[in-house]
Ligand binder design. Sequence first.
Ligand code: GMT
Length: 380
Amino acid sequence: MNIGIVCYPTYGGSGVVATELGKSLADNGHQVHFISYKQPFRLVHFNDNITFHEVSFTNYPLFEFPPYETALASKLVDTVKFSNLDIIHVHYAIPHASAAFLAKSILKTQGINIPVITTLHGTDITLVGKDVTYAPVVTFSINASDGVTAVSDSLRQQTYDSFEITKEIQAIPNFIDLDAFKKVDKSHFKKAIAPNGEFILTHTSNFRKVKRVTDVIDVFSKVLKEVPAKLLLIGDGPDRKKAEQMCRDLGTCDDVRFLGKQDAVKELLAVSDLFLLPSENESFGLAALEAMACEVPVISSNAGGIPEINIHNQTGYLSEVGDTEDMAKNTISLLENSEKLDEFKQNAFIQAKKFDIESIRPMYENFYESIIEKTKNAVI
Ligand code: GMT
């Protein structure tokens, strides 16, 4: 198939999922065309089956806000026609689903019926998308898509609960490339980070409010009172300053490292004992899955789709959002029981294998084929 993928190119779960899916589709023989305003950050190596189309927009003094959606729709029209796309797959509804709808409508006037699939990722539904600023357009563009997927059962249900949806939404879970994301030997990292054999706890996110990074700091300070440990914080974002200040107030700065954005995530997970994810809302929790693929159990909240990945009392523990006492208690009990910790590490890896990209990619391929078939038979 000739597949167009629209995504955000920056650090963030939806862009990662879109890029990894595209790379896997290309490895499986499909022609994949990425369309975005910048090269997706995980798209680094040359692949004969992958083309990147940059959406460029000319600036004009009148435009205080350059109309990205218009530029994207125009680029889609061009790419569908001149790269002969069979399907457009957009990741994250805002503004990609409405831009794709516009492109589809333009192409219709030229006798081309291009099928559009929208994958819902999280805050496009649970936070920003629900806001009145965007909700009418989000509702319309979901219903106008030829196919819709959500990255978890929980997100699928939340979409039905929050919007007036007339379309069938298929849940296709996120995935992991187990060849690329696996435990690697980085014992020298461990020595540098925890010179006295302290436990290493890790959190990765974009430090937005929804991630509750301050809960991570709170849990860690409680753990530190009982067990020698170090905390690695990977990522950056709006709540970083608040988190840094909290460490200063709690006197834990010597044991907490703010590492900023990192490419070497799996190397850092390889030396981690536990992963913390106390999110307020999380449609899936790709960061937790990446940790589990590296044999790291997860201490998390029970928000959204997290319980579909992190199984309570097997691969980690779930607590109510904001219950840092419970999260700290679970962390301490696991760190103090090395047999249980080893068992959870194995369970985490076994659970991660269920989300192997080799099992999930065919779900997308089958979905593409069924939507292309349906669209072919539709009268335009
Ligand atoms: O970071 C992004 O690009 C999107 C982001 C969001 O805020 O919607 O992440 C979501 O998509 C990821 C990939 O599907 C999921 O793993 C995250 O759980 C989800 N984030 C939230 O729901 C907060």
